[in-house]
Design a protein. Structure first.
Length: 229
């Protein structure tokens, strides 16, 4: 099973959420590995190959070392130096990004793990190439989507727009993860959570609601029994 993890915007907490999901699934004795769609903003790149910084964060949160799939680039086939959308970052590094390489890497991981958590780069409509938006690619693969949101101002609007984009491609919204990292206002946080939970109940009742609180070495997400089906 492959699940795509995206967010309502950049810097919303996708990487932490992905790593914590993997850790929590491992605690349930589920064979899981994370993958990064494309990594941009890497300090050192050699021919488009580097160990993804987000993959490093995943492994730290999963409390496991880097594995052979990390070292050979399977868990992140493309790393680029420019902190920008993949289509621009690849052009700045004079590299060609072939989405088929990403697909083949995912399939390789599927041969070894029951669950692959594929983290995106930026939001849902970020262009991977000049001709392919992130959500176009995910729709072609048919992956269910986990969306990370928060309580910062504007999140309700961005969340609902993202949900509509997911549904417009005929994709399943598997889970909505509320990340408390941006909870600077208790009233906004409470209202946002209540509104989004009510929206899911009325419109997408089979979507899981998860809350990501402060992370420490012992933190696990509370996953429902039917989270992986």
């Amino acid at each position: 099973m492959v699940i795509f993890i995206s967010g309502i915007d950049t810097d919303i907490g996708k990487t932490i959420a992905t790593g914590m999901l993997a850790r929590s699934l491992m605690a349930q004795n589920i064979s899981v590995m994370t993958q990064k769609l494309v990594q941009t903003g890497v300090a050192t790149v050699n021919g488009g190959k580097a160990v993804s910084e987000d993959i490093l964060t995943h492994r730290e949160l999963m409390q496991i070392p880097l594995n052979d799939f990390d070292i050979d680039g399977t868990t992140c086939p493309y790393c680029f130096s420019k902190p920008a959308s993949p289509h621009l970052a690849s052009a700045m590094d004079n590299a060609i990004l072939n989405v088929d390489d990403i697909t083949q890497a995912t399939k390789k991981l599927q041969n070894h793990f029951d669950v692959v958590l594929l983290e995106g780069a930026g939001g849902l409509l970020v262009p991977i190439t000049e001709d392919c938006l992130t959500l176009d690619y995910i729709a072609e693969q048919g992956y269910p989507v986990i969306l990370v949101t928060s309580g910062r101002l504007g999140s309700i609007n961005h969340t609902l727009l993202s949900i509509e984009a997911i549904q417009s491609r005929g994709l399943k919204l598997h889970s909505l993860i509320y990340n408390t990292i941006h909870d600077d206002d208790a009233d906004i946080s409470q209202s946002t959570q209540e509104f989004l939970q009510s929206y899911l109940k009325n419109h997408i009742p089979d979507c899981h609601w998860l809350v990501l609180n402060q992370v420490d070495d012992n933190t696990l997400l509370e996953l429902p029994a039917n989270f992986i089906e």
